[in-house]
Design a protein around this ligand. Structure first.
Ligand SMILES: CC(C)(COP(=O)(O)OP(=O)(O)OC[C@H]1O[C@@H](n2cnc3c(N)ncnc32)[C@H](O)[C@@H]1OP(=O)(O)O)[C@@H](O)C(=O)NCCC(=O)NCCS
Length: 399
């Protein structure tokens, strides 16, 4: 049976919040006036069983930074839930079809999401576009190779809210993979009010003002007379390498902390190389962060720059709008990507294209996994060089 999908009106918002809480096995702690829940409500959809709202989903209008700095309009898929009483009957599939059609209607180049579980979204054409590291620093082992310049200031949440969005704007124009943060995101989503741990905000200031910020919580207890507290980095954004060094030095030097933990660290972080003993930074995980489903392949690949000049023909296998052959002609100054009948150098599905589109995963790695096919191996090697981004893509924003 095809689920009955209906738009979510303001009157349905309380039910929408309750379905979300039940689906995520969480307390119902968002109110109907919640800013993030109300943002672009017209793009939210619900699946109904008679009058019961049993499944949720929605798109937000976001921007994704392509390598080279172009901001690409994308649909940010969020609030995906199906009640435990109605799972595995195709409700999610139906919601995903709706959200894909909605992104096409909004002429967005791709859909993006952050996933609760990594086994869900590949079947819908989403690939892992950016990854992150989970890390731990043992504070007693830390010593820095050189003192960081600039200064770090502890600020109130209100002052942080006045400073951080401006720093973030600079960063997202320079760093591939970054997802925009709408104004209400900062007020509503930046700090999870369910987090009972105390909140701290720090700002790094260089010669010309704020260049970075970090948001962290501290948890844990004094144990047998010794403090074994843990500092949890919740958000860390640096516009310059001085800011990154200054913020890490601050976070690593807070007294009474045994361990510093951060779960969303860019894969190409310079942190180990700031330390005298690089093993003081332990990598505890390497995970998917941003998933990307190409919609308008020409717009997506045509928006970015490429490491070298070159031409590549891609055949995208898809049961959706990304299907077809595309000729990509790109270089360090920009690119064109148009439909073609030419013979393909690479054949791949939408999921694999999502993985290589921002330079996050090298085509040759997917070729070795049997996920990209190529008549000539030389084309795969060339694609590795062409698609590499100056920085590994990092998304920064959860949604
Ligand atoms: C994930 C969730 C939305 C799936 O909803 P659903 O209505 O049961 O999914 P569907 O019946 O439409 O399943 C579609 C396909 O996805 C698969 N699938 C669904 N949930 C899956 C999961 N958690 N892991 C792996 N595969 C999953 C189904 O087996 C089915 O596969 P098929 O294409 O081979 O038939 C639901 O289990 C849920 O609400 N989970 C808790 C909240 C959550 O994690 N939401 C996602 C936030 S990013």
């Amino acid at each position: 049976m095809k689920p009955d999908l209906r738009p979510i009106t303001p009157e349905l918002l309380p039910a929408y919040l309750q379905t979300d809480a039940r689906g995520f096995a969480a307390n119902l702690d968002r109110r109907p006036d919640d800013l993030w829940a109300n943002l672009e409500l017209e793009r939210a959809v619900g699946a109904f069983d008679a009058d019961e709202l049993v499944g949720n989903g929605r798109n937000y209008s976001l921007e994704l930074t392509a390598p080279g700095g172009t901001l690409v309009p994308v649909a940010g898929v969020s609030w995906i839930t199906v009640l435990p009483t109605h799972r595995r009957r195709g409700i999610l599939r139906s919601v995903m079809d709706h959200l894909l059609a909605d992104a096409c209607a909004h002429e967005e180049a791709a859909l993006i999401l952050t996933a609760s579980e990594a086994g869900i979204y590949g079947r819908f054409g989403y690939g892992v576009a950016t990854q992150v590291l989970g890390i731990e620093l043992e504070r007693r082992r830390i010593s820095w190779r050189a003192p960081a310049p600039g200064r770090v200031r502890l600020v109130s949440p209100d002052e942080a809210l006045a400073i951080a969005p401006n720093v973030f704007e600079k960063v997202r124009r320079a760093q591939p993979g970054v997802v925009s943060r709408p104004d209400v995101w900062w007020e509503s989503e930046w700090w999870d009010t369910r987090d009972a741990a105390p909140r701290f905000d720090v700002v790094f200031e260089g010669e010309h003002g704020p260049e970075g910020f970090a948001l962290y919580a501290v948890g844990g207890e004094w144990s047998e007379g010794e403090s074994l507290k843990t500092l949890f980095v919740r958000d860390f954004v640096a516009a310059t390498s001085d800011a990154a060094a200054g913020l890490w030095q601050y976070l690593g030097n807070v007294d009474l902390i045994g361990t510093v933990k951060a779960s969303n660290v860019p894969t190409d972080t310079a942190l180990p190389w700031l330390l005298t003993d690089p093993r003081a930074m332990k990598v505890t995980s390497r995970r998917d962060f941003l998933w990307l489903r190409p919609v308008d392949v020409g717009a997506l690949l045509g928006a970015r720059t490429y490491a070298v000049d070159g031409r590549l023909v891609l055949e995208v296998v898809d049961d959706g709008p990304a299907a077809g052959r595309y000729e990509l002609d790109g270089g360090p100054d920009g690119a064109m990507c148009t439909r073609t009948d030419a013979e393909p150098h690479l054949v791949l599905d939408a999921e694999a294209l999502g993985m290589i589109a921002l330079g996050g995963i090298r085509p040759s790695v997917l070729w070795r996994a049997g996920r990209i096919h190529a008549p000539e191996i030389g084309a795969v090697t060339f694609a590795d060089v062409l698609l590499a981004a100056e920085h590994e893509p990092t998304a920064h924003t959860w949604f």
